[in-house]
Design a protein around this ligand. Structure first.
Ligand SMILES: [Zn+2]
Length: 184
């Protein structure tokens, strides 16, 4: 699923750990979730599924545009209600545009991916891309020179491991894994 913000930003709902998406747990449903977790904690013989009923409680999503800060809250009929950020009742873009990141904030552990394809595929603007899935901002991670690409990947890898903010890292060159690392 994807949709466009009023400002043009493209929201994509594909994949995990999307930094601009969160799930809504209604306060009215907290008790039910706690009961499911407590039940799972007790020794039991029932072949009861706990995962699905827990997921059903957090099915509604909320998205925030990282460009303009607009919020899109899922309605009960799978449409989205749009909210424009305001300060003193006036629309304002000077707001936190990362409201929906993990409760662990900058310490949330994500992933680092580097991908190099030569020759450059038609759908791609550059040969190499580095994607740090962490709650930190990095610029200029598109490459057309392999040495620059690889140097930057290992530089970022060292930095993110040192900061203890990644679980996994992988460098792919023409579809072959050249480097992988996992925290455990
Ligand atoms: Zn926007």
């Amino acid at each position: 699923m994807h949709f466009f913000c009023k400002c043009g930003f493209r929201f994509s709902d594909a994949g995990d750990s999307i930094p601009y998406k969160a799930r809504i747990l209604a306060d009215q449903d907290v008790k039910e979730l706690v009961e499911i977790l407590e039940y799972g904690e007790q020794p039991h013989n029932d072949d009861l599924e706990l995962f699905a009923p827990a997921c059903d409680l957090i099915e509604k999503s909320i998205f925030q545009c990282p460009e303009c800060g607009r919020l899109y809250v899922e309605d009960n009929d799978y449409s989205f209600l749009q909210f424009v950020p305001c300060e003193d009742a006036q629309p304002s873009e000077e707001v936190n545009k990362h409201l929906l990141i993990s409760v662990h904030g900058n310490r949330w552990r994500g992933f680092l991916y580097g991908d190099w394809k030569n020759p450059k595929p038609e759908y791609s603007e550059h040969k190499g891309y580095i994607e740090p899935m962490v709650n930190m901002q990095f610029d200029n991670l598109c490459f057309d020179n392999y040495t620059d690409f690889e140097d930057r990947y290992y530089e970022l890898f060292d930095e993110l491991v040192k900061k203890d903010v990644i679980e996994y890292s992988a460098l792919r060159v023409n579809g072959v894994k050249k480097h992988t690392w996992s925290r455990d």
